[in-house]
Design a protein around this ligand. Structure first.
Ligand code: FRU
Length: 492
């Protein structure tokens, strides 16, 4: 029988008994990855927004820490970022330790002199990110706007000089605004970007970072990510990105499809961080060794986020993904790989050359596993897998080569009744590479994360199956397909 904690993830973070949403302040510092997050310390629905905190050394297993920055009678602590102020430019260091500085949105409450305003504020830590003090000069950047939020700060060091850059949003204007500072306390306006491409919902949680194109360090491109809610390709919350150049002042996109308001008919031409329903508020880590760009997202959707059937906690985070830029079909695209500690994976069942004509179950299924599969199409109009199955329920992951689409059908995935917007069949464009389709699928107690064609297309979804649903089958409809290789790897 399902236990109270049936859905608690094995390889994803969820808090012990509280609500969480956006990852905040992601940073690597002195051997630890720090995950701060939008948290309600007093309940498991959204409210009392504060920064919760967890730490990890392997990005898979996390230790919950005490609340880092708590809301008070004047402000909620909305999303933001943390930087390592190595040279103490802020003067917030204590003389021996350089500070970590958090830049967060103060969402001012009724009894504040700034009631109704969202502005940017600082807090600092000199003990490696465990305890935080608010800066007495808050807010440090106030546009007298009710929807100016989610500052992501990074150190720019380029032809224009060396300084801090902040990207934040004017959410209702579908605009990313950029500022610069020498000390994190006083900020000068640089430029703005948007509206462009998807504008079907407010813009939130932006990020801006450089990456080499096709692994070539001489070809640096800048990636501007921005989440929006609603307006995702399959409905509700999602993240899009633009690739272009940043000269220290202005971001110029090379991948804009539509300027101004979106063209709903062209939604699938925009660049999406993930095509699924449950990958939101994605943002990258600061200060990661070797210049890796690692991203993480809230694995939920504002359409039904407060209603998902988990208890006493609510909402998992995504796996951490390493992102890279590759040219495909003439334009730069992000590819994404899950960061998985290989020592966490054991017991692999491997198959080769399986002919599929109808439905064929395979041994080696489980509730928590990595499934790696390569299909070569035959005469079938659709082929794929049913995972987390028990004969009555299952999540269908299918490829329709004629339509060039990947789909996830969670209509009979388990508990779908908790909210009318949850049950769905969601799709993403997918093309064959050398005549084949490969997927790495990470399955956990309440989710599936698909990395197709070497991470070119990702699709992340929550599911709430019965714990007994551990079956995996292969299927085709309307003909045959071949599985050239299938590997099922169980988590330790
Ligand atoms: C995104 C968001 C942010 C805001 C935070 C509040 O999910 O709406 O824009 O800072 O959540 O919790």
């Amino acid at each position: 029988a399902p236990t109270r904690e049936a859905f608690r993830p094995a390889m994803h973070y969820a808090s012990k008994d509280t609500w969480l949403n956006d990852p905040n302040g992601l940073i690597y510092y002195e051997g630890n990855y720090h995950l701060y997050y939008q948290n309600n310390p007093f309940g498991n629905v959204w409210g009392n927004m504060s920064w919760g905190h967890a730490t990890s050394t392997n990005l898979i297993t996390w230790t919950e820490q005490p609340v880092a920055i708590a809301c008070d009678e004047y402000e909620d602590i909305f999303s933001g970022s943390v930087v390592y102020d190595q040279h103490n430019t802020s003067g917030l260091g204590d003389g021996t330790a350089a500070p970590l500085v958090a830049i967060y949105t103060s969402a001012y409450k009724e009894n504040s002199q700034h009631a109704g305003i969202q502005a940017q504020s600082l807090a600092w830590s000199t003990d490696g990110g465990y305890t935080w003090s608010k800066y007495h000069g808050n807010p440090v950047l106030n546009r007298n706007s009710a929807n100016f939020r989610d500052p992501k700060v990074f150190r720019y060091n380029g032809p224009a000089g060396a300084y801090w850059v902040m990207v934040a949003v004017e959410a209702l204007d579908f605009t990313v605004v950029m500022y610069r500072s020498d000390d994190l306390k006083s900020w000068d306006y640089l430029s703005s970007f948007g509206p462009a491409n998807a504008t079907g919902g407010v813009w939130e949680c932006p990020d801006l970072f450089p990456l080499p194109l096709d692994g070539n360090e001489d070809l640096i491109r800048w990636v501007l990510t921005v989440n929006l809610n609603p307006g995702g390709p399959n409905g509700g919350s999602a993240g899009q990105y633009f690739v272009g150049d940043f000269d220290g002042v202005t971001f110029r996109s090379e991948t804009t499809v539509t300027e101004g308001d979106q063209d709903p008919a062209r939604l699938t031409e925009y660049h999406w961080l993930d095509w699924g329903r449950d990958y939101y508020a994605a943002v990258s880590f600061s200060n990661v060794p070797d210049g890796c760009r690692l991203m993480m997202a809230w694995k939920n959707n504002w359409q039904y986020g407060n209603d998902i059937p988990t208890s006493p906690w609510r909402s998992p985070m995504s796996l951490v993904r390493e992102v890279s830029l590759v040219t495909s079909e003439g334009t730069p695209h992000l590819t994404q790989q899950a960061v998985i500690d290989p020592t966490a994976l054991t017991r692999t069942v491997a198959y080769t050359e399986l002919d599929v004509d109808g439905i064929r179950s395979v041994a080696g299924g489980g509730a928590v596993q990595l499934i790696e599969v390569t299909f070569v199409p035959g005469s079938a109009d659709e082929f794929g897998l049913v995972i987390r199955g028990n004969g009555n329920e299952g999540t269908r992951i299918g490829i329709r080569p004629g339509d060039g689409r990947l789909l996830v059908d969670r209509t009979v995935s388990g508990n779908t009744a908790f909210h009318s917007a949850f049950s769905s069949i969601d799709t993403a464009p997918l093309r064959a590479v050398d005549g084949a389709y490969s997927m790495r699928i990470f399955v956990d107690h309440c989710s599936v994360e698909i990395f197709a064609q070497d991470g070119e297309v990702t699709l992340t979804e929550l599911i709430f199956p019965d714990p007994s649903s551990t079956g995996v089958s292969l299927y085709t409809t309307g003909g045959t397909a071949k599985v050239t290789s299938l590997r099922l790897t169980t988590l330790a």
